[in-house]
Design a protein around this ligand. Structure first.
Ligand SMILES: [Zn+2]
Length: 335
């Protein structure tokens, strides 16, 4: 597919997102295209009266919230069209859920905008946003488990690492902590692939804290050591001790030229910060909360050239396959 074709494709698909959120029927079609709702022939009768694998048919049913049901032609027993989907835990109309997740959340609308666009209460809109962010975090931690950065032993592996101050942790009001604590993000980016990891480390930037994080996320291969570019900070001296080769870029003489640079990680920081999740209005009290927010912006930056709708749908499908209980939209029970 050339560039013009992919642009057109993107336009059609993006336009589809909006139009699907305008009618219930189109919304069901769209969710099926995204493989987030079953088709009739994928669902079986469970009444016990029919032979195994008797498939159902779709029928209109105006009394039901979704306007449609699956029904068995033999015994007439019906099942919800949300069966085996992430939506089976919610009573909100599918169109509302679709709109809030695929239009509002993915397009970075504020909670207030989402509320009015989807005619939702503040708490319902917040819960759906929280659900989406949680799903992204599950997806990111799976990526981390699956593969380290620089895992190809035959490649020339080079990463840049750095820390950046994104936000502060608010003192807990109940304990009347007076000062906010800094929450640093430890970032690692692989030059060859552009893959990166960002870990919230709180105020602790000691070698004892950072070393296991580097080892968990970045592979090194015996004599073919992974090269790690850093600034001159003294606490990075642990890098040579654990099988990597450290190269120092001296920021005092300007940002390095050619290979001697940490420009990749610097540019990552500015992309992450331009997502604007760390400005005022965000009250983080724990490092975990910051990590959740970091995961979301990382996912958005990772996929900035892709179709978020398709990518988010596939992420939801994968999460549901792995852990269906956690990937149910339970809009009133999520906290
Ligand atoms: Zn039946």
């Amino acid at each position: 597919m050339d560039k013009r074709e992919s642009l057109q494709q993107a336009y059609v698909e993006r336009d589809g997102v909006i139009s699907a959120s305008h009618s219930h029927e189109q919304c069901v079609v769209q969710l099926r295209n995204l493989q987030l709702l079953c088709r009739a022939n994928e669902v079986f009768c469970e009444s016990g009266k029919c032979p195994q694998h008797t498939t159902l048919e779709e029928a209109k049913w105006q009394d039901k919230a979704d306007g449609l049901i699956f029904q068995c032609r033999r015994c007439r027993q019906s099942r919800s069209i949300r069966v085996n989907s992430i939506f089976s835990g919610s009573k909100l109309p599918l169109m509302t859920l679709y709109r809030c997740m695929f239009v509002c959340f993915l397009r970075n609308m504020s909670i207030t905008e989402a509320q009015s666009f989807c005619m939702l209460s503040e708490s319902a809109a917040k819960s759906i946003y929280r659900f989406c962010k949680h799903q992204i975090s599950i997806h990111i931690s799976r990526q981390v488990h699956q593969m380290k950065l620089c895992s190809d032993p035959t490649a020339e592996n080079v990463i840049e690492v750095d820390e950046s101050l994104f936000t502060h942790l608010r003192g807990d009001e109940t304990t009347r902590t007076r000062h906010d604590t800094q929450c640093w993000i430890f970032g690692m980016i692989e030059r060859r692939t552009g893959s990166f990891r960002c870990i919230a480390v709180g105020s602790d930037r000691t070698a004892a804290h950072l070393r296991p994080i580097l080892e968990r996320h970045v592979a090194t291969h015996g004599t073919n050591k992974t090269i790690v570019y850093t600034d001159g900070a003294a606490f990075y001296s642990f890098i040579d001790e654990c099988g990597y080769e450290r190269r120092i870029v001296n920021h005092q003489v300007g940002f390095g030229r050619g290979e001697e640079t940490t420009n990749h990680i610097e540019s990552l920081w500015s992309q992450l910060k331009s997502q604007g999740r760390f400005n005022s209005g965000q009250n983080f009290t724990t490092v975990d909360q910051v990590q959740h927010a970091v995961n979301e912006v990382c996912w958005r930056v990772q996929n900035r050239h892709g179709l978020l709708e398709t990518l988010f749908a596939s992420l939801l499908r994968d999460n549901y396959r792995e852990n269906s209980e956690e990937t149910l939209v339970k809009y009133n029970t999520l906290s």
